[in-house]
Ligand binder design. Structure first.
Ligand code: GCB
Length: 593
């Protein structure tokens, strides 16, 4: 083996081992389980030079003899809120990239015959977990949940939990080195101790058949390969079945009912679904709907639908921090509702479960994606593994959410054999878990063909997708080659197309020349919206639009001194919550659809 190949093989080997160190399957519906919250104030140590691991600070030693001393202590120092990003908690941490240690103590009432899992909703971006002085797990990826079985490692009293969190950008990471948002660091989502019976209901997948309106398909998997009877019940529909698990501890079945009221944006019906085994039980609200593609149309419950979408980052701009609570979800989603949307593209990563679950109750379809955002190291096998794992974690968490309509596999990638293989593997993983959703990816490769006088795109990869999504910034990054009423598209013929991003920047309150891009004015942004909305009439297979973006958002990518100052100003709503002129145009367009 050449040294480089050997090195690559070694990296892959270790990345597999480490990801396996906690490669437990994502537990379904953690929020419906018996949990003890570990949210709150945690002690913290900023470790810019990465000295903590070497010095084993996770042992949390205290001097015992006259000659002992330790150059660290978790006591009487910095304290950080969990959940929350660290950047918004102290001015000095504004753009901090590096390691911060978090630590806390906890007690737990241990019940005999129970298992205990330590669950993190998300840690940005990579972390190692130490419990009572021992490393018990690692995770990479800032937007998906994971849990570690701590049944044997945990004590009733005075456990010491330390988490080494690092958010340094790296070439092999997802996202990689440069991207258009700020990737807040920290323990950004809920932390729970989850208590389950010894044999518990690890997973279930209960959704309406892709096309049949009267058939609910259900599968349940126990944590062990044991034989038990499992009951699935939807009381309101008078549906109930009890079955014996197979040799893998699984049951698969279907229910027929003519009474199912299907979920839709106008009528987001959810049903209580109860799953029980001989030793465990869990319940939650699940909705049922059909979604499929035929020709150039997307069908929701047998009717073609136009997707009135919007994107936002998982960020509260006024607080300059990550969104992490139900109240935050209410703020983001209410503003999307006010615009008249029926869908959200959760940009550019899986957002927290409060957002996903509330979106479903409010009647939004969802597009969820992992942060495959330009600049990804497609040749790197370890990166591909990571992406696959993220995809799995996202789907496992949200596959019972009826709102989930699109799994997004990439944003703005260029054709190449490694890219194709990489994205294909993500599509395969997706289909191996869930064949009921539509698969999409956003491309920025549409260009104007002068000879034919039409917009075209050459990326044969689009044939792998159910719906083709195009990011196109006409009037911002691209000057108009023809007037908008002549801007005819011949892109992805035979498939539904969504314009998944369009827009331009405007500083809230700024007036200026409505024809001049560099005026950064609300007036120009409004012109741009007017012209794009006109162009949409000439995209024959257009089945949805998603302006970029609902709110101005933080991004060190954007450094114009007076107009941006580290903000991407493409929001229809400013960072302070004020609606810009273009908001009203978009609202009118959505109301007319
Ligand atoms: C894009 C990206 C999005 C950026 C946006 C922009 O194409 O997908 O993440 O923020 O353009 O503002 O340029």
């Amino acid at each position: 083996m050449k040294p480089r190949t050997f090195y690559l093989a070694l990296t892959l080997f270790f990345s597999l081992i480490f990801s396996n160190a906690i490669a437990q399957q994502t537990m379904t519906n953690v929020y419906g389980r018996n949990v003890q919250s570990l949210n709150g104030k945690w002690d913290a140590i900023i470790d810019l030079y990465d000295q903590g691991r070497k010095n084993k600070i996770f042992l949390n030693k205290k001097p015992e003899t006259k000659i002992d001393f330790y150059e660290y202590s978790f006591d009487n120092g910095l304290r950080l809120n969990v959940p929350s990003d660290w950047n918004s908690q102290m001015p000095e941490l504004k753009y901090y990239e590096g390691t911060i240690w978090y630590a806390r103590r906890f007690d737990i009432a241990k019940a005999a015959n129970n298992r205990t899992f330590l669950y993190f909703g998300a840690v940005s971006y990579r972390c190692r977990i130490y419990l009572n002085g021992k490393e018990i797990g690692q995770h990479e990826g800032g937007f998906t949940p994971f849990q570690i079985d701590v049944t044997d490692a945990v004590k009733e009293k005075d456990n010491f939990l330390a988490v080494e969190v690092n958010n340094t950008r790296q070439v092999d990471a997802i996202p990689a080195m440069a991207f258009d948002w700020w990737n807040y660091g920290g323990i950004t989502r809920d932390v729970f101790l989850v208590s389950t019976p010894k044999v518990f209901i690890e997973d279930y997948f209960i959704q309406l058949d892709k096309t049949k309106a009267t058939q609910i398909n259900a599968s349940v998997k126990l944590s062990e390969k044991v034989s038990q009877s499992v009951t699935i019940e939807i009381p309101e529909l008078q549906l109930k079945q009890t079955l014996k698990t197979d040799a893998n501890g699984e049951v698969k079945t279907s229910f027929a009912s003519k009474k199912i009221k299907r979920w839709s944006p106008n009528s987001p019906t959810l049903y209580k679904v109860k799953v029980s085994s001989e030793s465990d039980k869990i319940e939650e609200q699940i909705g049922f709907r059909n979604v499929w593609v035929k020709g150039e149309d997307i069908y929701l419950n047998d009717k073609p639908i136009f997707l009135k979408s919007i994107s936002f980052h998982e960020e509260i701009p006024q607080r300059k921090g990550r969104a992490f609570s139900e109240a935050d979800a209410v703020m983001l989603l209410s503003e999307a509702k006010a615009l008249g949307c029926n869908m959200i593209r959760l940009a550019h990563y899986p957002q927290n479960e409060y957002i996903v679950r509330l979106a479903e109750k409010m009647g939004f379809l969802l597009w969820e994606e992992i942060p495959i955002w330009q600049g990804i190291d497609f040749k790197n096998e370890a990166t591909k593994e990571k992406a696959g794992k993220m995809m799995r974690e996202m789907i496992m968490r949200d596959k019972n959410r009826v709102a989930l309509t699109f799994w997004g596999v990439a944003n703005e990638t260029q054709p190449s054999p490694p890219r194709n293989a990489f994205i294909k593997s993500l599509i395969e993983i997706t289909k191996s878990i869930d064949t009921t959703r539509l698969i999409t990816a956003a491309f920025d490769l549409v260009r104007f063909n002068k000879e034919r006088q039409v917009f075209v795109m050459d990326d044969p990869f689009i044939k792998e997708l159910d719906v083709v999504a195009i990011n196109k910034y006409m009037g911002w990054y691209h000057p108009w080659p023809v007037t908008p009423d002549k801007a005819i598209w011949d892109v992805a013929k035979g498939q539904p197309l969504i314009v998944s991003e369009f827009g331009g920047e405007a500083l809230y309150g700024k007036t200026g020349d409505a024809d001049v891009v560099s005026s950064w004015s609300e007036d120009y942004q409004a012109t741009l919206y007017r012209e794009n909305l006109e162009m949409f009439k000439y995209i024959p297979n257009l089945r949805g639009t998603s302006p970029w973006v609902l709110f101005d958002f933080r991004s060190p990518f954007r450094f114009h001194p007076t107009n941006q100052e580290d903000w991407n100003r493409k929001g229809l709503v400013s960072d302070q919550g004020y609606r810009k002129k273009a908001w009203y145009l978009m609202k009118e367009y959505y109301d007319s659809k």
